[in-house]
Design a protein around this ligand. Structure first.
Ligand code: B12
Length: 254
């Protein structure tokens, strides 16, 4: 029988609780002092879609331009979430909840404006042929959209030929592939080869449970990434001019 002294556990947790600062407290220190923008930033951080829309409505009534609220308010909220996630204060589900609220906010801003919103760039995402595991791909897609990218989501179990024609048609800055099975991930190599045969040299960022860095390193356009939250960062780097080599240097473990 294992003897556990419950008071020892309680003391341990109390000490931990007293010493640690909560993510909400850190976020409060990062919020803007602009009283019109702050409720939007706060609502994105909290991941509350209704509050995001309500706060956006109020800001537009106060004379703010709907489209500039995407960068000035929604992105600020998501930026705080990303920072706290990178620093280990938040977990992926927190990021996803905020990303959904952010995506709703972007849609609301787009519909409230008569001007056309410029996306940062286009990304094609898919789950590889023979594979129906699409939860990770959905996360990647929502995070990219929340960061201002137009994502052409091809879905799951996508034929190689469909991926290639989508890339030729849409001319994305990056291709995002997901595979969850050791049997299906080999198709990434085939996609890589067909892209090269078509003279296409965009970074092909690959993730999903089964995929490992050594495997992705084995084909020319492959960039390995474990974490969905890195997808928008990688796309941002590509827009700044990074190619496969630079992305591998930054995101591959050495
Ligand atoms: C849920 C699940 C299912 C669901 C899928 C539902 C759905 N709509 O997705 C169902 C029940 C349908 C299913 C079916 C099957 N499954 Co299944 N399934 C799983 C399970 C339990 C979880 C997978 C998952 O969603 N993980 C959570 C997501 C969020 O993780 P993720 O996709 O990896 O994404 C994360 C990262 O990888 C990253 N990421 C993903 N993509 C990308 C892309 C980029 C660019 C970036 C930057 C990051 C990134 O972002 C995410 C978050 O950080 C796993 C077991 C496990 N523990 O993983 C088995 C598992 C994947 N399944 C497995 C198998 C074998 C099957 C079946 C063949 C079972 C059967 N005999 O029928 C079928 C396959 C059907 C098919 N043709 O695809 C095996 C695969 C084994 C292997 N290594 O090959 C696993 C590993 C279970 C096991 N241990 O055996 N499955």
């Amino acid at each position: 029988m294992i003897n556990i002294d419950p008071s020892a556990i309680l003391v341990r947790y109390n000490v931990k609780a007293e010493k640690e600062i909560s993510p909400e407290e850190i976020a409060r220190q990062l919020y803007t002092e602009d009283i019109v923008i702050r409720p939007i930033v706060e609502a994105v951080f909290e991941g509350d879609e209704d509050d995001v829309i309500e706060a956006l409505e109020a800001a537009i009534r106060a004379g703010r331009d709907p489209l500039s609220l995407i960068d000035d308010a929604l992105m600020q909220g998501m930026g705080i979430v990303s920072k706290l996630y990178d620093d280990g204060f938040l977990f992926l589900p927190d990021v996803i909840i905020s990303a959904h609220a952010m995506t709703d906010g972007i849609e609301y801003c787009k519909h409230s404006s008569s001007a056309t919103h410029e996306f940062k760039g286009k990304v094609v995402s898919f789950v590889v042929e023979g594979d129906m595991h699409d939860i990770g791909k959905k996360i990647v897609t929502v995070l990219l959209r929340a960061s201002g990218y137009e994502v052409i989501d091809l879905g799951s179990d996508v034929l190689v030929s469909e991926v290639i024609s989508a890339v030729r048609r849409e001319k994305p800055v990056m291709l995002s592939g997901t595979a969850l099975m050791t049997t299906t991930m080999y198709t990434f190599k085939e996609i890589n080869n067909q892209l090269l045969e078509n003279g296409i040299h965009i970074p092909f960022v690959c993730g999903g449970g089964a995929v490992k860095q050594d495997f992705v390193f084995g084909y020319e356009l492959g960039v390995y990434c474990e974490d969905a939250a890195d997808a928008p960062k990688i796309a941002d780097e590509i827009l700044k001019g990074a190619g496969v080599k630079e992305l591998r240097e930054k995101y591959h473990r050495h």
